[in-house]
Structure formats: structure tokens, C-alpha cells
Design a protein around this ligand. Structure first.
Ligand code: F6R
Length: 244
């Protein structure tokens, strides 16, 4: 495990962007696993800048997003589809057919086969070269909440109270936060050849410390990452404060 403690959020984003850019330059048809959330915004901005400078092309890149709220249409402004297009994809030369994000608008009966199809699509593309992660205050990755099975794959999950509260900042009221989501599983994430996890701010410090140096336990989903062979953690000083 490689841990980078960045000076601040901008520096954290620059470190992450350098790793992603290096991946794409070495393998232009890379398959990337992407996350949403506030932590990723600096990284996406820096990658867009590199694209505009002509140093990076996404024309052969394929992306698979980790998760989507269940019950939201793709064009809902709170959906992760919307987030990804507004903050990242619409600024790049990535091909629409190479963008995969779980569909939140499918019906309950479609979810089982849909999860299998999402897993199969990742395999068909040759598996994830690089998975980018954020972390929840409760140690979740993707929407794999505490108690998630380490063998889990893409599926429908219920969000924990902690996550609903944390994500209420993006909605008009806590009641407006969807209660369920479709997420890649912990086994899906662990199958990536390389993983980077970004965490910023003191609200993440306890989860980061538990994930990196605590017991490997389904109570802290991110702790499964200790078993990955090619993991880089990028923290700012506040998120790193409890790491021993
Ligand atoms: C979202 C996702 C989540 C977030 C996590 C941190 O796609 O995978 O696990 O990474 O909830 O979110 P922020 O960055 O908003 O603190």
C-alpha cells in the first residue's frame, strides 16, 4: 500500500490526476472505474484541463461508474449520471458508447439481471485497469455500506442513515435523498488491477484510519482494500491526521 499525504486538496487532486493521466498515456484504451462526490471534483477539473491543453485524450477510454441512486432518472439533476456529465464527460472527447453508469430508473424486477449485465460488461471490456474511490464517513466505498459482503457484486442496496445524512447536503431536504442505490460490489472493486482512494477533510480521518490500519472487517467496507496488491491512498493532511 502506497500512502501519499498531500499538502492540501488541490495537491491531492493533482496527485490523483497525475496517476490517471499516466494510466491513460501508457494505455490509451484504459478501462477506468469512476466515483462521484465532492472529493472527486478537483481530480475531474484537472483531467479536463489536461484534455484542453492537448496532453490527454479520452477517445479510446471506457469508464464504469461505481453507483447510482435507485429511482432517479438519468436527467434528474441529483443523479450521478447528471453529476458525471456536468462535471466531467461533457468536457471531454470520450465516446458516449464507452460510458457506463448504473441505471437508477430500472424497475425492481430488472435489478438482478441488470447487476449481472453490468458485471459482464466490465469483463467484456477487459476488466478495470484503474478504479478511483472516495470513502464515506462510515467507511463505505461505492455504496457498499457497513456489513456488505466482501464477495458482493453489482446489486441493489439500502443506504445507511449515516450516508443519507451525509448526502443530504446535495438535496433540498434529508427526506429527498433516495433510500436505495445500485452499486458495484466489493468484489467488483477489488478485481481492478490498480486502485486509488482519495480522502479529504477531518470528517474522513477516522474512517481512513480504520480502513488502512484497523482490522479487516465487513463492518468497515474500505478495510478490504488492505488485501489489494496495487493500492494508492491519497490524503490531505486533515484526512491523514489519525493514520499511524
Ligand atoms: C460515490 C461513491 C461514494 C463517495 C463517498 C464520498 O460514487 O462512490 O462512496 O465516494 O460517499 O463522497 P464525498 O466525496 O462526497 O465525500
Amino acid at each position: 500500500m502506497n500512502i501519499i499525504v498531500a499538502k492540501n486538496y488541490d495537491d491531492l487532486s493533482a496527485h490523483a490526476a497525475a496517476i490517471v493521466a499516466d494510466q491513460i498515456i501508457k494505455k490509451p484504451n484504459s478501462v477506468l472505474g469512476l466515483a462521484t462526490g465532492a472529493t472527486q471534483l478537483g481530480l475531474y477539473q484537472k483531467l479536463v484541463e489536461l484534455y484542453h491543453q492537448g496532453s490527454l485524450s479520452f477517445s479510446q477510454v471506457t469508464t464504469f461508474n461505481l453507483d447510482e441512486y435507485f429511482g432517479l432518472a438519468n436527467d434528474d439533476s441529483q443523479s450521478y449520471h447528471y453529476f458525471m456529465f456536468e462535471n466531467f464527460f461533457k468536457h471531454l472527447d470520450i465516446k458516449k458508447e464507452n460510458i457506463f453508469i448504473p441505471a437508477g430508473s430500472i424497475s425492481m424486477t430488472e435489478v438482478g439481471p441488470y447487476g449481472q449485465k453490468y458485471e459482464a460488461a466490465i469483463k467484456i471490456k477487459g476488466d478495470l485497469d484503474l478504479q478511483i474511490l472516495g470513502i464515506g464517513e462510515n467507511g463505505h466505498i461505492g455504496f457498499n455500506e457497513p456489513g456488505s459482503d466482501f464477495n458482493s457484486v453489482t446489486r441493489l442496496v439500502s443506504l445507511s442513515d449515516n450516508t443519507i445524512k451525509a448526502n443530504a447536503r446535495f438535496f433540498s431536504a434529508p427526506e429527498a435523498v433516495p433510500r436505495q442505490a445500485i452499486t458495484m460490489g466489493l468484489a467488483t472493486i477489488m478485481s481492478a488491477r490498480k486502485i486509488i482512494l482519495l480522502a479529504s477533510g477531518k470528517s474522513k480521518a477516522a474512517a481512513v484510519a480504520q480502513a488502512l490500519s484497523g482490522e479487516v472487517s465487513e463492518a468497515v467496507p474500505a478495510s478490504v482494500l488492505q488485501r489489494h496488491q496495487n493500492l494508492t491512498i491519497i490524503l490531505d493532511t486533515e484526512a491523514a491526521v489519525m493514520v499511524k
